[in-house]
Design a protein around this ligand. Sequence first.
Ligand SMILES: [Zn+2]
Length: 232
Amino acid sequence: MKKWIEDLLELQTIDMRIRNMKMRLEMLPKEKISLEAELKKEESEIKSRSEHTKKTELAIKKAESSIAQVNDTIKKIQSNSSMVKKNNEYQAMMSEIAQNKAKISDFETEEITLLDELEKAKSELKEFEKQFQAKVRSIKENLSELQQMEGEVREEINRLIAERGLKENGISQDVIRLYSRLLKTAGDPLVKVNNDICGNCHLKLTPQTLAETRKGSVINCDNCQHLLYYAE
Ligand SMILES: [Zn+2]
């Protein structure tokens, strides 16, 4: 294999690593945003769960005070019972007491339902809080790992850039010019010829181009312009 090919393959290996590292670096902010959104979602879930618990507790208190109020009303009616003389007035009073007792029964039913709901909500909240703490810990760990990774990736990119500079110096300007232009496009700038086919665009090469690659000349693909090399 010609020296320019060996050197350029080494440079390309470094450049592909730089390309991957830069892609990784571009993904990091997105990962950070998605982790932060996850954290917010967890926090809002716990907030809505504890609000629901508080609302249920308030509704229970309200039912209890309604029961007390109706009981007072019944007592008042009963304390006035000595004033009632006529039979029809007595019937009306008894009916009023019965109506109020029915109200109490409704409030008690409501309270029982609410107490069940509260118990369920509280135990769910407790379980959720346990999971929440574990989740938050894991999200925060991931966030700090991301930050550390970002620093490491930047360092690695700088190191690779210095390394590629040294490699590039050993290669002819003409080859570097062709290579640098291709480096801005997708795929490897220098590709191997496989079964008379370009390793980048996968089209068949002309016999003339193939002959040049076998000689180790600096030659482009007839179709995609990528640099070609031949290896046994
Ligand atoms: Zn090609």
